[in-house]
Design a protein around this ligand. Structure first.
Ligand code: ZN
Length: 92
């Protein structure tokens, strides 16, 4: 993972984002790890952790579509357009 914004080697080409592994809504006060920007956005408050990419076995770029297919997220949710190297992915 690469910290600088726009780093071409992060699969989503975004800066890494500080994530609260214990969500703020659950009392977490520390951003205690870095996630890809898109992974961090998709995680929201941890409500999808039971079906996060590493659990269901998909790349994070495919995750929103998988959630649509599973009926977990409505069709109105946008899917980020990503061109990238899957081999560099680190799933949330
Ligand atoms: Zn990631």
């Amino acid at each position: 993972m690469f910290k600088q914004p726009g780093h071409a080697r992060n699969w989503d080409h975004k800066a890494l984002a500080g994530d609260h592994s214990v969500p703020r809504v659950a009392g977490g006060k520390l951003a205690d790890r870095l996630l890809h920007g898109t992974c961090n956005s998709q995680r929201q408050d941890g409500r999808w952790d039971d079906v996060r990419p590493t659990v269901i076995g998909c790349h994070p770029r495919e995750w929103l579509q998988r959630m649509r297919d599973m009926g977990r997220i409505g069709a109105a949710a946008s899917v980020p357009i990503i061109e990238a190297d899957a081999e560099l992915a680190m799933d949330w």
